[in-house]
Design a protein around this ligand. Structure first.
Ligand SMILES: O=C(O)CCC(=O)C(=O)O
Length: 289
């Protein structure tokens, strides 16, 4: 507690944090071939975010949203709402048997195909690969079983969205378990986060990127309590992103702290997303959720 009181004292009387200009590339999904190395530049944190407009047409978004209504029973609960397709890290720290994850992936990918009317991974790969320096974007595989290259997420009103976090902080926690196989073929640290919006909520649900990287966090950050963290993030410079239905955002979520703002009353926020990183051979990009 003393440390939190120190932080709030420091905050008192401060002006709200100034917005920060991140390096953002905002282009039509049809134009990705004009940026053949952009995924590599994201991985190198030379660019902070890439916005791809119109990965899905309005008609494709409408069709998918009505398809999702049939899927409600198949979803599982998460702290922010629901997912369809078990997140890899949900296996639990220390869990080395990934069978439940692969089983869930197979079931979920079949359901996505039915709801969208096509494989959403193929669509996402078709817009990302022209920016991948001639490489494919594929799910990693283990003994012939594929990781899920993207999963569906429902963020419900009032559940807090997604608290400030960074991908790299999850790696150590999960290296002996869920990530045990993936770390052998992919560095994982420094991944690119991406998601495609299917439905914006009526309010809230924007993505905030903070002017703070995992490497640049305060030395004693791990010992901060919830309130102390909240005070730190309040004070940080940041930028807000609000992609529309059918748009995709890819950003440096492995290294840069970010959050999803809480969802206001009304419709849930629905996204399809995953993580992306060059494999250890540098031969392909892996996408996994
Ligand atoms: O699901 C989302 O929209 C946010 C994803 C996110 O925070 C991440 O990929 O790290």
């Amino acid at each position: 507690m003393p440390r939190f009181r120190d932080v709030t004292k420091r905050l008192r009387g401060r002006r709200p944090a100034e917005p920060v200009e991140f390096r953002v590339v905002d282009i039509a999904a049809a134009d990705t071939a004009q940026h053949p190395d952009l995924l590599l530049r994201l991985a190198d944190v030379e660019v902070d975010a890439v916005l791809l407009r119109g990965v899905l047409s309005p008609g494709e978004v409408d069709r998918a949203l009505s398809g999702f209504e049939e899927l409600h029973e198949q979803r599982s609960d998460e702290f922010m709402g629901h997912v369809l397709g078990m997140p890899l890290l949900r296996l639990g720290q220390g869990e080395t048997d990934r069978t439940p994850y692969y089983d869930s992936t197979e079931r979920a990918r079949e359901l996505y195909r039915t709801a969208f009317g096509f494989d959403p991974h193929e669509r996402v790969a078709s817009v990302l690969e022209p920016m991948a320096g001639g490489r494919k974007v594929v799910p990693p595989t283990e003994d012939g079983r594929a990781y899920n290259p993207g999963n569906l997420r429902w963020y419900l009103p009032g559940q807090g969205g997604l608290y400030p976090h960074v991908g790299n902080e999850f790696v150590e926690q999960n290296e002996a378990g869920a990530l045990g196989h993936l770390l052998g073929i992919n560095e994982v640290r420094g991944w690119t986060s991406w998601f495609m919006v299917l439905q914006r909520p009526d309010s809230g649900g924007t993505l905030t990127l903070y002017d703070l990287t995992h490497a640049g966090r305060p030395a004693d950050f791990e010992s901060y309590g919830e309130e102390e963290r909240a005070a730190l993030f309040l004070e940080l410079r940041h930028a807000t992103f609000d992609p529309g239905p059918g748009d995709l955002i890819a950003f440096t979520g492995g290294v840069r702290y970010h959050r999803v703002e809480d969802i206001g009353p009304g419709r849930p926020r629905i996204t399809y997303g995953a993580f992306l990183h060059l494999d250890r051979d540098g031969a392909r990009f892996h996408s996994w959720a």
